[in-house]
Structure formats: structure tokens, C-alpha cells
Design a protein around this ligand. Sequence first.
Ligand code: ATP
Length: 308
Amino acid sequence: VFQLSVPLNFLGSVYRELRQSLLDMETLFNLQKVNVSIKEKPDAKPLALPKGGEIRFDNVTFGYYPDQPILRNLTVTIPAGKKVAVVGPSGCGKSTLLRLLFRSYEVDAGRIFVDDQDIRDVQIESLRRAIGVVPQDTPLFNDTVEHNIRYGNLDAPPEQVIAAAKRAHIHEKITTWRDGYQTKVGERGLMISGGEKQRLAVSRLILKDPPLLFFDEATSALDTHTEQALMQNINSILRDKARTSVFVAHRLRTIYDADLIIVLREGSVVETGNHRELMERNGLYADLWMAQEISSLIPDFPTTSVIC
Ligand code: ATP
């Protein structure tokens, strides 16, 4: 039993790690078609997007463990074609929202709709194909830079790969690497920084060009200047294509221009509005904003006073 349980435990932990990372989930499903406990209905239809990608959480309750709900009766609509931010203290369930939408986990109660279709009624692959994610930590393949970007769209010609890298502010950097786009990354190749990884992930997403885009702390490893330049490019892409985009962000300066900001606390929505409206409201968002402003002036100022 011992001999058997060790590898199984090991596989279990690898599986949990993979499950945690949305991009790995994409990799796992798209490349290996591995099935997990999430079941597709026999009469499931492909996801259709007649409204352009409106996402609606309706009274959603969810916990990783039955007695520990992370989201509690959460109801919120993410309008199609808009830039939306989800903010709130650490551990409130922001990334969990993305995992539920991706159907990495099943809701305990309530429903999630994309353009009025309950996501449990649609073909899982079509749902996941419609969603692109730049996660907090991007896993890269042990392969060339070009392949790592092209994974977003295997048919893309080289000039599209380069155009995507330019928009993600990583092209210049790539040209300094020994073999340019043919440089190998990963364990046996070039070791690249967290910020470079994030920009490769953004290139991949630009190339994939899905209707629903998620950025989960996607620019957290970048310096302020690069982050601002990249955000400008991302914003212009979103505006041109009217994509539904959701940004999970700690640094509120990266999302203050969002059309809608959803503020979570203890698994529920406590405030919604744009930056101006939320500042006027003087609630949790205004507190978080002020704390970040002060901490940018006084580095030792405690900003983690509010946690879930
Ligand atoms: P942060 O801002 O720190 O990234 P978050 O608001 O995105 O946090 P989540 O990652 O959604 O929070 O996690 C919400 C809660 O669920 C946290 O308490 C976290 O520890 C817990 N949690 C997340 N993933 C799992 C998991 N796979 N199993 C058990 N608990 C989990």
C-alpha cells in the first residue's frame, strides 16, 4: 500500500498544482484531453456569443471545502465588450471567480451564465476555447520562444507572432536573445524573468484573440514604466475589438480606468462602479486606493490592514 500511495500522492499534488493554474488547465485539456470530475451534459451545445460575451454570476456560492465557503451568494454581471476589474483584499476569492467560469471547479449553488447560457449546459471545450487567461505565473514550454507564443494560435504565420510580441512589449527583448525567436526557454534553455514570462503570456493571448480575456495579476512582475506601456497597448486592443476583459489586480493604478470595478470582500460583492463613483462612495475601494497612494509615498506604510 505504501509503495502505491506515494506515487499516487505525488500525482495528486501535481494534479492539484495543475488544477490551480488556469493556463495549465488549458494546456492539459487542449493537448492531452484529460478528463476530470467536471462532467459535460450529453446534450451540451457549443457556446454561442450573440451578445459578445456577457458574464453573469447569479447567487453563486462556492468553497474548496464544504464547510468553508469562499464565495457567498455572489451576484454580479460583467457586461460584454467592457473592461472590468475585480479588486479586494487578498484571499477574497478573486481568482476563484475565474476558476469557476473556466469550469475548473463546479459551483455549490447558483449559476454562471455566458450570454444567457448556463455554463453547465455548454460544451466545455467550446467554453474554454472562448476564454484566454494570463495567469499570475505563466508556465512556459521547454521549447523555442516562437513556439511558446504560437501556442496561442498554432496556425499563425511568423509575422503575426512578431506583431503579437511587439504589442506585448517583448519583441525588442527577444531580439537580444542569442537565437532570437528560436531561442529555447525553460529548464535547459534561457532562464527568463517573471516580467518577460508575463509579456510572453500576453503575446500568446494576443495571438489567440479569444472573446473573453482574463488577466490575473498579469503585470505584477513588471516595473511601473513597462506596466504602463503594456497596459496602454492592451487597452487599445480591447477598445478596437470590444473584447470582454476582466482584470484581477492588486495595484489599483493599473485598473482605475476600467468601465466597471467590482469590489469583493469575504466572498461577496460589496461595491460596484467606476473609479470616480467608488471614490465618492468612500467605502472599501476608497480605503484600498488611499492606502496604496500613501504606501507609494511612504514605503513602510502597512497596506495589508484589510484582509478577507
Ligand atoms: P489574492 O488576491 O491573494 O490572489 P484572491 O482574492 O484571488 O487572493 P483566491 O485565490 O480566489 O483569492 O482564494 C480565495 C481563498 O480560497 C483563499 O483563502 C485561498 O487560500 C483559498 N484557496 C484557493 N485555492 C484553493 C484550493 N485549491 N484549495 C483550497 N483552498 C483554496
